[in-house]
Unconditional design. Structure first.
Length: 276
């Protein structure tokens, strides 16, 4: 469900979950800011921005987990970017941010930039968070499923980047694929991840026959239907005058062509992403 209002306590919970994440021996995004508390404050600013822009979604009324994502062709706009920019400048220095940007550039082209250059549509996830008191209860999957469902609906992949191997492993466990790794030197590493859309559910045999019948223009006569009825309950032959219509070779050929067209029409959108 989309979030339209959010109290400061919930915003602080999201910021704390990010800022005080246990990276172990990894560096993490706090290297771009002035410590854990500054990182938490920046994330709070980020949440306020995506909330104002209408990009924030949650798992339920209690706000167990949150995800912010941007659909293809959606723009962030000043309303979203202004709080985020202020949060960056208030919790880091311009010098540190410049060095961070240079490290990202040296680390290689991110997946998002590659897809933009190739004009491939995608859903970009900018934030995934489960509040600390709900962690370890399966909400991470529910949070991601919100974005994955949109990807399946639109037939486009869902992408995100994360700043720790431990986080990357969780995303892979939940169905994403590692699509790139970038070494940022003193600022740690970034991991690109992608989730391709699921193929549509296969049609039932009944609907397949209906489509084939429509495409081949085959009219099933009463006589053909009666062939399926036990002889004991057949009506007298003299009362049935409809001729039997058997499909010609031309109709059979049309059936086969229709089947090919049907399969092509229901081919999974975005399949070509695997070959890129």
């Amino acid at each position: 469900m989309k979030v339209t209002t959010l109290d400061e306590k919930s915003i602080d919970d999201i910021g704390h979950a990010f800022g005080y994440y246990d990276y172990g021996e990894e560096t993490g995004m706090s290297a771009a800011f002035s410590g854990k508390e500054a990182t938490a404050n920046y994330i709070c600013a980020y949440v306020r921005g995506v909330l104002r822009g209408g990009f924030l979604h949650t798992t339920g009324e209690r706000g167990e987990g949150y995800v912010a994502y941007k659909l293809p062709k959606q723009k962030l706009g000043v309303r979203t970017l202004w709080p985020i920019a202020k949060g960056m400048l208030r919790n880091s220095s311009l010098k540190r941010l410049v060095h961070f940007a240079m490290a990202i550039k040296r680390g290689g082209v991110p997946l998002q930039d590659r897809m933009d250059k190739e004009k491939k549509p995608y859903i970009f996830v900018g934030l995934v968070c489960v509040r600390e008191k709900y962690q370890g209860q399966g909400y991470m999957r529910k949070v991601l499923d919100i974005a994955f469902a949109e990807g399946d609906r639109l037939g486009v992949p869902v992408i995100l980047e994360t700043d720790a191997k431990s986080k990357c492993d969780k995303y892979v466990h939940l169905g994403m694929e590692l699509a790139g790794k970038h070494d940022l030197g003193a600022f740690g590493k970034l991991y690109d991840l992608i989730k391709y859309p699921e193929p549509p559910a296969p049609m039932s045999m009944m609907w397949l026959w209906i489509e084939l019948a429509e495409l081949a223009d085959i009219r099933i006569s009463f006589w053909r239907l009666m062939a399926l009825v036990p002889p004991a309950i057949h009506p007298p032959a003299h009362k049935i005058s409809a001729p039997v219509r058997y499909p010609s070779l031309f109709c059979v050929a049309k059936c086969l062509l229709g089947c090919a067209l049907t399969c092509g029409r229901h081919h999974r959108p975005g399949r070509s992403w695997h070959s890129s």
